[in-house]
Design a protein around this ligand. Sequence first.
Ligand SMILES: Cc1cc2nc3c(=O)[nH]c(=O)nc-3n(C[C@H](O)[C@H](O)[C@H](O)COP(=O)(O)O)c2cc1C
Length: 355
Amino acid sequence: MLDLSTAGESHGPALVAILSGLPAGLELDRAAIDADLRRRQQGYGRSPRQQIETDEVEVLAGLRHGRTLGTPLALVVRNRDHRNWTWGMDPWPPEGEPEGKGTKPVTLPRPGHADLAGVQKYGHDDVRDALERASARHTAAHVAAGAVAKALLGAIGVGVCGEAEPEHGADPAAVDAARKDRDTLGGTVVVRATGVPPGLGSYARKEDRLDARLAATLMGIQAVKSVEIGDGKEVAGLRGSEAHDEIYPGPTRRTNHAGGIEGGMSNGEEVVVRCSMKPLPTLMRPLASIDLATGEPAQALVERSDVSAVEALAVVAEAAVAFELARAAREKFAGDALGDFVAAHRAYLERINRV
Ligand SMILES: Cc1cc2nc3c(=O)[nH]c(=O)nc-3n(C[C@H](O)[C@H](O)[C@H](O)COP(=O)(O)O)c2cc1C
């Protein structure tokens, strides 16, 4: 079973990802992982933080001479910005006088962020204790893991690609206008996966359904508020004769309204998933809030922040979809060695006459 755990705060020393359940013998390309980390940092409307960080992956375990050992793979992405927060984000009681950032408690929760519910839930006095993990910074760890998942999927001919939807997103003119107004934007991204064999996921239990799993992993990304598979909610207004993808000898289809998923399983067509993010909650023109220290009306926290993160979301969503497809492929094809996994995939395609 392919599994992922991550840890790390936005301004802490590093982000960590541990992947278990990879087969042995998978070749990883450090440059490809770093390229995805760099893609996540780009996009029009990102904050100046992205000029401080030059994310790159370090591997602590599970890899030898560029090949997986079949043991847990431990990845680290260091936060370069941590050097400005060594006192404020010291994992241990800090020594010496307070210096740098994060030395004063934050008491001004931002509407739309995890701040208010986070301090209530965990009993924190300082909003920073909630926001540091709630922040989307740790999506860098998920992108590193997604790059590994893409390498695994590549071994069975599956490709995954995410991109912002220009017509629903934040184009440079919209970003410039929002920045001028000290406001923020949301937007929509689409992820497409090609070469996905039929039969990933299952109708057997609702938690096995591939559509449910993709929706859960995408909704797990900060700020994502809706997910659509294929034509999504558009089909609600169509007739059955317009909405379904008729089957022709091959078997083959001429349309893909279903986005490559029927009955909770991939059906052999391109998997197409969209997700939409709300406008980011940190505004340079702060929204109304309260000061938690006094209970009095106040303006929300203003902290360095993106105006738009839609292009970053495309990379994060791509990684999430890749990881979930890789998990489903591991369930179907298993194998301790990469060759076993690839052979099981090939034997399956032969059985269903797809080779
Ligand atoms: C790639 C990415 C970058 C983000 N950058 C910011 C940011 O700079 N400022 C901000 O306020 N929110 C940002 N967010 C959104 C917040 O992390 C998110 O709104 C917050 O954690 C609350 O969670 P929720 O929106 O799911 O309710 C970003 C989200 C993503 C996916």
